[in-house]
Ligand binder design. Structure first.
Ligand code: AMP
Ligand code: FE
Ligand code: FE
Ligand code: ZN
Length: 286
């Protein structure tokens, strides 16, 4: 069983449509793929339709999810949420709040980039983002188009868009204790995304992870491109000590990142534990 529990479509900052993502998961030989766009479930319907329509779709299980933007003690972090009820109103309202604030913040980031001499525009960023939940990766693509930087990852430095960088502007981010509560109340399973991704900035201390576990966190994403070997070992031990499940995933973003779908995967036993905890929605099959 090959299980990849974290992937983005163009409903947020991936480059594949939800249908293309499902096709890519089939081509990669995955058995399970989770669609976890930032702060939105807008891609779920298109992915589910593709699963029914594509040849071989019966080989794949789609796990509907999202990746929530959170902040604790001044540190930005991401919380994956799986198999929650997307119609549960309190959690839906919070996703809407974050998504809406992304527009205000996107405009402000573009303005800062322009003041720093980058010839990009909000119209251009909106064209790149389309219907997607707008984020820094779209602005990074605009900076690439304008020839300011050569690649999306070069835009994520202190000079431009990195956390605390010259053109960075914070967006509304949910307190993760509140987010864990909302996800559980909607029947979902919350998993801390790439908790040891030091290249993105300061990471959340183990003390807070311990408190989150007590508050209902379900798991830690251990196997991830942004974690080196020692970090994975440390996080695996932390998860075991706290009784949390461990996941592994690519965090695929199409052509906006170089990681391949299925490059990191989740152990089937851990996936089973996740399914046992979920009551808000069922995995989707053709
Ligand atoms: P935002 O959600 O708008 O705050 O932007 C955060 C997103 O930027 C993350 O979800 C990643 O997709 C992307 N990102 C963050 N750091 C990097 C990086 N160093 N290189 C490439 N993409 C990054
Ligand atoms: Fe992203
Ligand atoms: Fe993330
Ligand atoms: Zn992600």
């Amino acid at each position: 069983m090959r299980i990849d529990l974290h992937a983005h479509s163009n409903a947020s900052d991936g480059t594949d449509t939800p249908a293309e993502l499902v096709a890519a998961a089939l081509a990669a030989g995955l058995d399970v793929v989770a669609l976890t766009d930032h702060d939105t479930v807008a891609g779920h319907a298109g992915a589910a339709a593709a699963l029914r329509e594509l040849p071989g779709g019966e080989r794949l299980t789609l796990v509907p999810g999202a990746e929530l933007s959170c902040r604790v003690e001044g540190i930005s972090m991401h919380l994956l949420a799986y198999l929650f009820d997307p119609a549960e109103p309190e959690f839906a309202a919070e996703r809407e709040l974050v998504r809406t604030d992304r527009f205000r913040r996107g405009r402000a980031v573009v303005e800062k980039c322009r003041e720093l001499g980058a010839p990009i525009s909000w119209e251009q960023v909106q064209r790149i983002a389309g219907e997607g939940s707008v984020g820094r990766p779209h602005i990074a693509s605009a900076l690439v188009e304008a020839g300011v930087v050569a690649t999306v990852s070069e835009a994520f430095t202190a000079d431009w868009l990195a956390n605390g960088g010259r053109a960075d502007v914070p967006k509304h981010e949910t307190d993760p204790f509140e987010a864990v509560r909302l996800v559980r109340a909607a029947g979902g399973v919350p998993v801390f995304a790439h908790p040891g991704a030091v290249k993105r900035g300061r990471t959340v201390p183990d003390r807070v992870i311990t408190e989150l576990a007590a508050a209902g966190l379900g798991g830690l994403e251990v196997d991830h491109l942004d974690h080196d070997g020692p970090t994975r070992e440390r996080l695996a031990a932390l998860a075991d000590g706290l009784g949390l499940l461990r996941t592994g995933s690519s965090d695929y973003h199409g052509s906006r990142k170089t990681v391949r779908l299925g490059e990191f995967t989740t152990d089937p036993g851990e996936y089973r534990k996740l399914l046992e905890q979920a009551t808000g929605a069922k995995p989707i099959t053709a």
